[in-house]
Ligand binder design. Structure first.
Ligand code: ZN
Length: 173
């Protein structure tokens, strides 16, 4: 996996075009597709409750998503306090980091539930603007290929949610 070249924004469009996207779209299937592609299993899960509580207690903003390399694969954390469209966007953004090989310092698999280890990883996970734009472009282009997420209630609320997702993950992911 480490011989994957780092993908620059110019290469992102070609990369997304080459992706196999499940039809009808299902995020879990797409996550495992990306895992196959990068040669590492990818798991998605909400942040552990104790981590969320620790950040809230400290008044620290909790990023919408986090991609972490572990010894065995990649774990993508997301905040549980968002709607399905926003969450999907956040996961796609983090998959963008994985696809672009924005590698993080790996943590031990047994530590993925440890709020202190995760908190430290969160505080040091700072991508540069180019990396953030590349990840965001992946999310945007995949979303464009997939179309809007079908939700029970559509309309203005959904558009607002999507806009918030783009804005939020650009700033905080
Ligand atoms: Zn990001």
């Amino acid at each position: 996996m480490n011989d994957h070249p780092v993908v620059r924004p110019a290469g992102v469009r070609a990369l997304v075009t080459s992706l196999r996207i499940p039809e009808p779209f299902a995020l879990p299937a797409f996550v495992s597709e990306v895992g196959d592609l990068i040669g590492r299993p990818i798991k998605t899960r909400p942040y552990p409750r104790r981590l969320v509580e620790a950040f809230r207690r400290n008044g620290e903003p909790l990023p919408y998503g986090l991609m972490l390399d572990t010894e065995k694969g990649v774990v993508i954390f997301y905040r549980a306090d968002t709607g399905p469209a926003h969450r999907q966007h956040v996961v796609l953004h983090e998959l963008g980091h994985a696809l672009c090989r924005h590698v993080t310092d790996p943590i031990d698999d047994q530590d993925v539930d440890d709020p202190e280890v995760l908190g430290a990883a969160l505080r040091r996970s700072r991508y540069d603007n180019k990396q953030e734009r590349a990840a965001e472009l992946v999310a945007y282009l995949v979303q464009q290929r997939v179309g809007p997420l079908k939700m029970p209630s559509s309309g203005p609320a959904r558009r607002e949610n999507d806009a918030a997702a783009r804005f939020g993950s650009l700033l905080e992911g």
